[in-house]
Design a protein around this ligand. Structure first.
Ligand code: DGL
Length: 266
């Protein structure tokens, strides 16, 4: 099974790790759009163009299914990709919403993500469609992305920023918080420290991997999975000096098969 997966950069590795855990036999073809990161503050039109190019590239690598391992791209481009391409496509929003509704006792749910994800209203819509009476509190947390990329996972500056961003959730007395951005799971300890243990934290990576596993089974049963398992492949659209090291650690790999490409050609 060749599973194509893309993100704006390295955040999608959290989803890749969960997929490898769930489907050890799958071969990942990972694309990180490091030339055009961050996606969070960009317009829907731009993100749709990027998502189409990324998908065309991954399809050229003969994938059986596609995972959009980026919340901003899922929020802005899922319907477009589904209507333009015929392979199975899985996003990170539906699994995160399902998981939040499964664990939330009082349906007072907080969502944090990039400006694009929050502005798109994708999570808010998906939650209210399934639970019309849910109370939803949202807050874009753009500074969390560079803090994670700087490795400031447990840094006093990150704690200060987290207290500022998350205060609204304390006041609203949420019982569940959805981490609607691929970078945020790495800040779980700081977020829990600020909000307290009683707030349940939903990280959609695990639920997304379960969904991928279900689709993978369907593909196998229909006999369309004809690939032999090879090494995971990694492609980036520009240099990212920390990518290799982080990917090797996150995915527990011995070495990394990584190449660069010009994504604008797709
Ligand atoms: N991967 C993005 C997301 O999940 C966060 C990083 C970015 O802004 O590109 O929304």
């Amino acid at each position: 099974m060749r599973i194509g997966i893309f993100d704006s950069g390295l955040g999608g590795l959290t989803v890749a790790a969960a997929i490898i855990n769930e489907l050890p036999d799958a071969q990942l073809i990972y694309f990180g759009d490091t030339a055009r990161v961050p996606y969070g503050p960009k317009s829907q039109k731009t993100i749709q163009k990027f998502a189409e190019q990324n998908t065309r590239f991954l399809i050229s690598k003969n994938i059986d299914m596609l995972v959009i391992a980026c919340n901003t791209a899922s929020a802005y481009a899922l319907s477009l990709l589904k209507s333009s391409f015929s392979i199975p496509i899985i996003d990170v929003i539906a699994p995160g919403v399902k998981s939040a509704l499964g664990v939330s006792k009082d349906a007072i749910i907080g969502i944090i993500g990039t400006i694009g994800t929050i502005k798109s209203g994708a999570y808010q819509e998906a939650l209210t469609r399934l639970k019309p009476r849910a109370t939803i509190v949202v807050k874009p947390c753009p500074l969390f992305v560079p803090l994670v990329e700087e490795g400031f996972l447990n840094h006093p500056v990150t704690k200060l920023v987290a207290r500022e961003y998350l205060d609204v959730f304390k006041r609203a007395k949420i019982d569940t918080l959805v981490l609607a951005c691929t970078h945020y799971p790495l800040l779980k300890p700081v977020i829990t420290e600020v909000l307290g243990n009683q707030v349940l934290i939903v990280d959609s990576a695990i639920e997304t991997a379960r969904e991928v596993s279900l689709i993978a089974n369907e593909i196998r049963l229909s006999g369309k999975d004809n690939s032999e398992k090879g090494m995971h492949e990694f492609y980036l659209s520009d240099v990212d000096y920390s990518f290799s090291e982080i990917a090797i650690k996150a995915l527990n790999l011995g070495e990394l098969d990584m190449q660069y490409l010009n994504i604008e050609e797709y």
